[in-house]
Design a binder for this molecule. Structure first.
Ligand code: NAD
Ligand code: TYD
Length: 364
C-alpha cells in the first residue's frame, strides 16, 4: 500500500513524511514542485529508503498526476502543496491563486478520475485529505470564542482567501461527486525545517546573526501555536478515522501574542547560546511597519478532534519551543544552506542534473 503526499519537501510535509515512514511500513510517493519553500535536505535522512519515492512536479499538472496515480495506485492523497506565506501573498498573489486554487482544482480532477476507476473496495477505502489553515476563518476580537468548525469563512489575506477557495472546492467534490474527502484547519505550526521567513525561525536565525528581530506593529497580535509533529499526528488520526466530508480544527490551546513569542525565543537563546557580549537577545527587537490587513487574533477550538477522534497534542508550548530552538542550534548547516540558497542545488547534487522537471527519483 502507498499514499501520495503533495508538498512533502516543505516544512509540514517533510515532517509528515519523516514521521509517517518512522511510524508505518507504508510507502510514500512525494510530489513536490520544489519552489523556494521546498527543500529536499529536509528528507536527507531517507537516503537509501526505497519506501520514499520523490517526484518533482506540479499539482497543477494533470498529465503527470494521471500517470502517477495509475502507476502507484495510492490508497490516499494528503495535500500539503501550497504557497503558504502571507507576506508573499500580499506582495504577489498570483502564485497563490495558481497553486492553491487552480492547482488544487487540477489535483481534485485527477483524483476524481482515478477514484472513479477503482474497484468497489478500493473506492470506499480511498481518502483525499486536504491540509488547510485556521486563517480561512478571519480575525477574532480579544473576547470572541475560538474558531469552531461551524464558523463562517471570512478570509482576509490573498493567502487565506486562496486556501478558503481550495477548501470550498474540496467540499464541493464531496457533495457533488461523492469524493471521500477530509479537511483539517490547523493553527500556526512551529518546529524543525521551518523556513526562516516565518516568525519563529526568523527570530532564532536573526538573533544569532546579530540582526534586528522585526516585530510587526505593536506585537500584540495573537496566534495559536502547535508543534509541527502534533499537527502531523492529527493528520494521521483524521486520515485513519475522520468522517467523510468532515472538517476538523487542529490547535495547541496555546494562544500567545507575538511579542511574548519573541521574548520566549530570546530567553531560550540567552540560556542555550548566550551572546558573546553577555547582553540579552531581546535588545535586538525592532518594531517595524505592520503587515497590511494584519489579522489581530486567531484561536482554535480543537474540541471536536479531541472528542470524536481522541487526538490531543503531545507537546506543550514550553516543551515544543525548547525543542525547536535547540534544533536550530544543532543544525547550523541546514540554516546556512537555506540562507545561501545552496539547498536549491540539492536535487542536482543528490540525484544528478536530469534537466527533466518531472523526473522521478527514489531516495536511493
Ligand atoms: P511550505 O511553504 O513550507 O511548503 C509548501 C511545499 O509545497 C513546498 O515544498 C513547495 O515546494 C510545495 N509546492 C508549492 N507549490 C506547489 C505546486 N504547485 N505543486 C507541488 N508542490 C508545490 O508550507 P507549510 O508550512 O509546510 O504548509 C503546508 C500546508 O499546510 C499548506 O497547505 C498550508 O496552507 C498548510 N498550513 C500551514 C500552517 C503553518 O503554520 N505553516 C498552518 C496550517 C496549515
Ligand atoms: P507568520 O509566521 O508569517 O505566520 P502567519 O502570518 O501565517 O500567522 O507570522 C506570525 C505572526 O508574526 C503574524 O502575526 C505576523 C508576525 N510577524 C512579525 O511580527 N514579524 C515577522 O518578521 C514575521 C515574519 C511575522
Amino acid at each position: 500500500m502507498t499514499i501520495l503526499v503533495t508538498g512533502g519537501a516543505g516544512f509540514i510535509g517533510s515532517n509528515f513524511v519523516l514521521d509517517w515512514l518512522a511510524d508505518s511500513g507504508e510507502s510514500v510517493v512525494n510530489l513536490d514542485k520544489l519552489t523556494y519553500a521546498g527543500n529536499l535536505q529536509n528528507l536527507a535522512s531517507l537516503t537509501g529508503d526505497t519506501r520514499h519515492v520523490f517526484v518533482q512536479g506540479d499539482i497543477g499538472d494533470g498529465v503527470l498526476l494521471e500517470s502517477l496515480l495509475a502507476q502507484h495506485k495510492p490508497r490516499a492523497v494528503v495535500n500539503f502543496a501550497a504557497e503558504s506565506h502571507v507576506d508573499r501573498s500580499i506582495l504577489g498573489p498570483g502564485e497563490f491563486i495558481q497553486t492553491n486554487i487552480v492547482g488544487t482544482f487540477n489535483l481534485l480532477e485527477a483524483v476524481r478520475a482515478y477514484w472513479g476507476g477503482l474497484d468497489a473496495d478500493a473506492k470506499s477505502a480511498f481518502r483525499f485529505l486536504h491540509v488547510s489553515t485556521d486563517e480561512v476563518y478571519g480575525s477574532l476580537s480579544k473576547t470572541d470564542p475560538a474558531f469552531s468548525e461551524t464558523n463562517r469563512y471570512e478570509p482576509n489575506s490573498p493567502y487565506s482567501a486562496s486556501k478558503a477557495a481550495s477548501d470550498h472546492l474540496v467540499r464541493a467534490y464531496h457533495h457533488t461527486y461523492g469524493l471521500p474527502v477530509l479537511t483539517t484547519n490547523c493553527s500556526n505550526n512551529y518546529g524543525p525545517f521551518h523556513f526562516p521567513e516565518k516568525l519563529i525561525p526568523l527570530i532564532i536565525v536573526n538573533a544569532q546573526a546579530g540582526k534586528p528581530l522585526p516585530v510587526y506593529g505593536d506585537g500584540q497580535q495573537i496566534r495559536d501555536w502547535l508543534y509541527v509533529k502534533d499537527h502531523c499526528s492529527a493528520i494521521r488520526r483524521v486520515l485513519e478515522a475522520g468522517g467523510l466530508g468532515e472538517t476538523y480544527n487542529v490547535g495547541g490551546w496555546n494562544e500567545k501574542p507575538n511579542l511574548e513569542i519573541v521574548h520566549t525565543v530570546c530567553a531560550l537563546l540567552d540560556e542555550l547560546r548566550p551572546r558573546a557580549d553577555g547582553r540579552p537577545y531581546k535588545e535586538q527587537i525592532t518594531y517595524v511597519t505592520d503587515r497590511p490587513g494584519h489579522d489581530r487574533r486567531y484561536a482554535i477550538d480543537a474540541s471536536r478532534i479531541e472528542r470524536e477522534l481522541g487526538w490531543t497534542p503531545a507537546e506543550t508550548f514550553d516543551t515544543g519551543i525548547r525543542k525547536t530552538v535547540q534544533w536550530y542550534l544543532d543544525n547550523p548547516d541546514w540554516v546556512a544552506n537555506v540562507q545561501s540558497g545552496g539547498y536549491r542545488d540539492w536535487v542536482s547534487k543528490q540525484y544528478g542534473d536530469s534537466g527533466d522537471n518531472t523526473a522521478e527519483v527514489a531516495s536511493a
